[in-house]
Design a protein around this ligand. Structure first.
Ligand SMILES: [Zn+2]
Length: 401
């Protein structure tokens, strides 16, 4: 047996592959959205390949029913009500101790800083709903990144690869699907994921096959280079469909890129400010921004979340102070007995704040508590125009400093 530190992962194995570039893989950063059946397979394979930095996002906890198709989960995890992303990260690093897997417990849209989307090489979607795909696509397009979507049902599975300028998930949605999303979100930029995505029947086989294909595509994207030709074809702008019932695999052209699609809004020209963190108070951040941008009037636009100051119930008419990001509202209502009981029989009206300026009533609250995640990029409106500003101080939390 070789001793610790005397070997490098994949030496003498992957190095036999003509296309495999050890340094590219070791330095690669991959964001995995979802830590369910597909997420388990995907992270396992990324770990086996030795992808150096993996980020796994999921807000869910492990249940007994997950065990049948999640290679990294154990019975005890379900009994302990452990978070999926945390267990996936821990077990993947047991498989390969030379990589770093960072779990993020939270919502992929409102609780993952945009700085992270911006700094990865590729994004892999292991999601189970149209609405989650729609939102991940928005983030990927904003960041100018390719994302690899996987979906499974029974003995069937599909892999689709979306690359800005070639294809976009939102462009490919039917009118009916799009209307359903609008109905659930209220408007394009508001988000509530804690709905019940319809559970579909899947098998460990479809999860392994589709998860494996997704990682194979991710490895190709990591190796794409403008200078050197590559000996493979990617699925960019295409869809691969695996049909277990008939043992068929087909690839189709699947590219839709419409000029008017609102998802193509690219966030570039990002200003990095080393002293800014989501842990800073609103007051501190506004003052640093004013100095740095040399402006008089300033407001931070909450694009992916809103700050809920209070909610008011209809019957009886009563006010409840909330002071939380909208992404935390459902959990708050579920955990509060009075609100939970009321929620069955009355409507709540939300009093929210979308733009944070000097009149924000809680200037001592941190950005994080207001609803802006660590390492986010914030949209700032000023008298000199619109700016995108990164909370660069938080980069170290994600090993990116
Ligand atoms: Zn589009």
């Amino acid at each position: 047996m070789q001793k610790k530190e005397t070997y490098e992962w994949g030496d003498g194995v992957f190095t036999l592959l003509s296309w495999f570039k050890k340094d590219k893989v070791r330095n690669a950063r991959v964001l995995v959205a979802g830590a369910g059946a597909l997420g388990n397979e995907v992270v396992k394979n990324l770990a086996l390949f030795g992808v150096g930095q993996i980020y796994v996002v999921d807000f869910d906890k492990i249940e007994i029913s997950n065990l049948t198709r999640s290679v990294l989960f154990r019975e005890e995890d379900a009994y302990n009500h452990s978070f999926k992303s945390e267990i996936v990260a821990k077990r993947a690093m047991e498989i390969n101790p030379q990589i770093k897997v960072t779990p993020i417990v939270g919502n992929l849209f409102s609780e993952v800083g945009f700085g992270l989307y911006n700094s990865v090489d590729v994004i892999i979607g292991c999601l189970d709903s149209i609405i989650a795909r729609y939102l991940l696509n928005r983030m990927a397009m904003r960041a100018g990144k390719t994302w690899i979507d996987g979906s499974i049902e029974n003995m069937t599975g599909v892999v689709r690869v979306y690359t800005p300028g070639i294809s976009c998930y939102e462009c490919g949605l039917s009118r009916e699907e799009f209307n359903n999303i609008m109905l659930r979100t209220g408007c394009a930029d508001v988000f509530r994921m804690q709905g019940n995505a319809g559970r579909v029947a899947t098998t460990p086989i479809s999860a392994s096959i589709i998860g494996a294909m997704q990682v194979q595509e991710a490895m190709k994207i990591i190796h794409l280079s403008e200078d050197e030709p590559v000996p493979f074809k990617t699925l960019q702008g295409k869809m691969l469909r695996y049909e277990g019932l008939t043992n068929s695999v087909n690839t189709y052209k699947y590219a839709s890129w419409k000029a008017t699609c609102p998802a193509h809004e690219r966030w570039d020209n990002i200003i990095k400010i080393d002293s800014l963190s989501a842990e800073n108070s609103v007051k501190e951040v506004l003052s640093i921004l004013k100095d740095f941008l040399n402006v008089n009037a300033i407001e931070i636009n909450m694009r992916n979340n809103k700050f809920i100051d209070k909610i008011i119930s209809d019957k009886p008419e009563k006010e409840f102070l909330i002071r939380l990001p909208e992404s935390k509202l459902d959990d708050y209502i579920t955990d509060n007995e009075e609100l939970r009981k009321l929620s069955y029989k009355t409507l709540f009206h939300k009093c929210f704040i979308e733009n944070i300026d000097e009149y924000f009533p809680y200037p001592e609250m941190s950005l994080k508590d207001v609803g802006i995640p660590l390492y986010d990029v914030i949209q700032v409106s000023t008298d000199k125009g619109l700016f995108f500003v990164e909370l660069t101080k938080d980069a170290s939390i994600f090993n990116l400093a």
